[in-house]
Write a protein that binds this ligand. Sequence first.
Ligand SMILES: [Zn+2]
Length: 250
Amino acid sequence: MLLTKKQIKRYSRQIILKKIGPIGQKKLINSSVLVVGAGGLGSPILMYLAGLGVGNIGVVDHDKVDLSNLHRQILFEVNDLKKEKSKIASIKIGKINPDVKVNYFQKKLTKKNINKIANNFNILIDGSDNFKTKFLLNDYSIKNKKILISGAINKFDGQVFTFNFKKKGSPCLRCFFQTTPSDDLLNCEADGVIGPIAGIIGSIQANEFVKETLKIGKSLCGYILIVNAFNLEFRKIKLNKRKKCICNRN
Ligand SMILES: [Zn+2]
């Protein structure tokens, strides 16, 4: 596949990067990713993936746009209120980059439907706001040897995890959380959340996607990135694989 003149122009500022180049750009065009959650994290993730030229994007979200979402979910505007998030997200992606093929799923991701929905995607990006979905994605990704880039936000805080289950030795979310924590940890409704932290964490997740897809840079796999936007602290902490974890059973 040769890049068209239009593609060369469109992606020129990233093609010029030595670590990407035309070969990297073609890889991005041929890549596929499923984004779970089209909210605070999903908004910047999807917008940057569209900009990057990722050829095939899936979006899952069961929710509708609410007025209280607009301070952080930058994909949406007042005209979108009460409309289905996944559908609006797919329309917005198409406006940013009509070359991207988008599949949207206006439903909750469950044990029953995850195989069918996630099967065709190599990399999964978690922008969900609850631990049930996070662990579902974690367990599915281990079983099916996928790459999972997981993000979480609360108040002024955020975390990013990259798990590469294609390789042996990747820890998983359950290595970190040995029991399922309460969703209060992710509760924007009760605790609040500052809009820009969604942008910071979601943007890092999109950047991790590029690195994992092109196998460039230093992988976050094996670490947790902890961001405190209030004191402006970024910490990278080693995350070891736990012996008794389900990720060690295969
Ligand atoms: Zn584990």
